[in-house]
Design a protein around this ligand. Sequence first.
Ligand code: ADP
Length: 447
Amino acid sequence: MFEKVLIANRGEIALRIHRACREMGIKTVAVHSTADADAMHVRLANESVCIGPPSATDSYLNIPAIISACEITGADAVHPGYGFLSENARFAEILEAHGITFIGPTAEHIRLMGDKIQAKSTVKELGIPVVPGSDGAIKTDDEAYKVAEETGFPVLVKAAAGGGGRGMKVAQTREELSGALANARSEAKAAFGDDSLYMEKYLGQPRHIEIQVVADSHGNVVHLGERDCSLQRRHQKVLEECPSPALNDAQRAEIGGIVSKAIKGLGYLGVGTVEFLYENGEFFFIEMNTRLQVEHPITEMVTGIDLVREQIRIAAGLEMSFTQDEVAFSGHAIECRINAEDPRTFTPSPGTIKDFHTPGGLGVRVDSGVYSGYRIPPYYDSLIGKLIVHGRNRNECLMRLRRTLHEFVIDGVKTTIPLFQELVNEPDFINGDYHIHWLEDFLAETT
Ligand code: ADP
């Protein structure tokens, strides 16, 4: 097992990784920018190294500084968390060249899944259903018109290197297609330095359902069921739940089995998430994330499995600690992403948290790195914490969520808690009757 893990991230996820290491008796190294010197994970880690100024490019994305921090501290492995360098194949290769273990999949798989065109054709060959659309990259408007004729309008133009909902444009009609291609191309070029595009049928009212998988180097592959992440704004997840109100046990076992088989065929290593859109009883692959996800705690609450511990064990060459037959899904879990933002306009609200009091009690988990007196720096994303609740069934989970949202105190900055307080009383949400456009429709109607 590793002796010392360097955590190449910040915020709640850095603390989350520290906690798993601590329980396993592994020492931790925190790296931080000058803006994060007072962060909780920096205080709790065994050692810390400042890796640069506030700008993420100069700190959390600064590979030479992170490698130096590994060498100075003697860290034998790096956990990248999510975001930042977590899906950077080059980073994984450089670590390997320095004899340091990257806690994640191989560089080859990161690269393969990072190119969504390649990802889609690879999983299709492995038996996973995909969204109808172009067979590979779209180079000319004529090619795009041809694909649209086959799939029908509306269509979605997507960036091969896409992420965070960027480089994605809808064309409702033939007239809109050329403009959508041009806009997606320039957005993709600016955001990712790669303007390769592909096209998909734009699904009208699907749910976003993703399957969590875990694979070790001993040939074991297990799926941990699904997460429903259909409550989104601008293609970004806002609230997630597990299990999905739309699936039954047989459907879960079926799609889980298809995914496990494909992941085994791929020879994948570590944890990963295969994302689908789900409409009229059918699954359509959209992408695979080769890392730990923000919403992983709801799976942990329902299965009792510590995903970060499994990641570390697998990276150290051990077998995962459970078999598919031993995975038992118990009850229901919901996660709310609490951002320091205006709950209606979503304008970021950085500043100092004057008072911070987290809810507690049975089935309540708060993953957050902030505390009373903490100053939220304006340089990074606005996630300040995740409220995760678990109940024996969805109804109990909702009751608990309402209670905890009232108990949560965050003073000094605006947060998205009032939005969640509204959502938990909305009939559609209570009935589990929502799709990926539901939240935007709700916001438009009620603002
Ligand atoms: P990113 O990597 O940028 O997050 P994804 O491919 O994962 O992109 O898609 C993000 C979200 O965009 C999905 O959860 C869904 O809401 C929407 N989306 C993606 N593909 C389609 C599609 N073919 N039809 C309708 N919505 C889509």
